[in-house]
Design a protein around this ligand. Sequence first.
Ligand SMILES: Cc1ncc(C[n+]2csc(CCOP(=O)(O)OP(=O)(O)O)c2C)c(N)n1
Ligand SMILES: [Mg+2]
Length: 409
Amino acid sequence: MTVESTAARKPRRSAGTKSAASASTTGTKSTASRSAGAAAKKSPGATGGEPELIQLLTPEGERVKDATYDPYVADITPEDLRGLYRDMVLSRRFDAEATSLQRQGELGLWASMLGQEAAQIGSGRATRDDDYVFPTYREHGVAWCRGVDPTNLLGMFRGVNNGGWDPNGNNFHLYTIVIGSQTLHATGYAMGIAKDGADSAVIAYFGDGASSQGDVLEAFNFGAVYNAPVVFFCQNNQWAISEPTERQMRVPLYQRAQGFGFPGVRVDGNDVLACLAVTKWALERARSGEGPTLVEAYTYRMGAHTTSDDPTKYRADEEREAWEAKDPILRLRAYLEAANHADEAFFAELETESEALGKRVREVVRAMPDPDKFAIFENVYADGHALVDEERAQFAAYQASFADAGEGK
Ligand SMILES: Cc1ncc(C[n+]2csc(CCOP(=O)(O)OP(=O)(O)O)c2C)c(N)n1
Ligand SMILES: [Mg+2]
């Protein structure tokens, strides 16, 4: 059975926004449409060409104009901006708590999102409730935006469950460890909703390392030829465990989209406002039948790959320090303060809220019960299997061999 082109879907564009597709079909935007200050910005560390970095807030917190993407945040209020700040602060607090809980032996592993808050909150807040999100294993900020209780993210990392939330509860799929595979799931899902005639969109998160994976390139191609309503959101955090981006690609990552026939853009991944605007644009393209977009959020993994990793073995302190100066939370705070959009009471209340969140996370995790030891054999096959039965029996005999067998499950 073939899947119909989404071109037949009814365009659905909200009033007051405009399409930037025409400016971006080659993956680069016209400098004519940008202010001189923003146009002068070149993304650091690019391996080819001179990619432009879409930016609405400089690292110092100054608002720069961008004729193409400003319309997507034109109606943002001071309250919305405080909301974005709150999201970033609380998700960072949650992430720090999880790292500490791993160090205390409460979690087996943790993959920190430190430094990637703007990319995740900006893009996450751009999604609509009826959009569907396919994350990797590091999208704690996106989960927050989708309304997944943060404590639910920790069960898998504690080893007490295989997921921890109902994906359909918040249209937020389970974390995916098999690098890049979720981009295919997302593309297939997007092809499906297009066939259903839905006007929602799908967003797939993945990393710079994942962009070398065949699955991701296959997803790009399927997405392109079926004009699927999917946004490929790549957080280029400069590292795939110990592999730097120069071992992943010879052209700037976002330019890969050109070869598949859809637009790609590079956004400052530490600028929450730019990430919000660019993702809104890309989702709107998807919803209105214009097909996929690749968004490369240029950012940095400030912490270790996971708590099992030691980045001091493969990267220089100076690199981390240079990115610290571009901190996503500090830049929005600088903007909020300069624009008089937030007072001391706001920051103080948020600090209290942060501490309360940390406390709740600690308490919930420590109280998570161990699963039944035999639960691992459930749900392997729908109707059971002789080999699984044999392994269950072996495991039961092994358990019974302990001196304290029978004193608990
Ligand atoms: C198919 C597959 N190959 C290898 C791995 C091991 N692995 C886990 S994370 C990772 C690096 C991923 O890097 P990137 O895509 O940049 O994401 P990041 O961790 O930086 O967010 C690798 C190779 C895996 N999980 N799945
Ligand atoms: Mg990476």
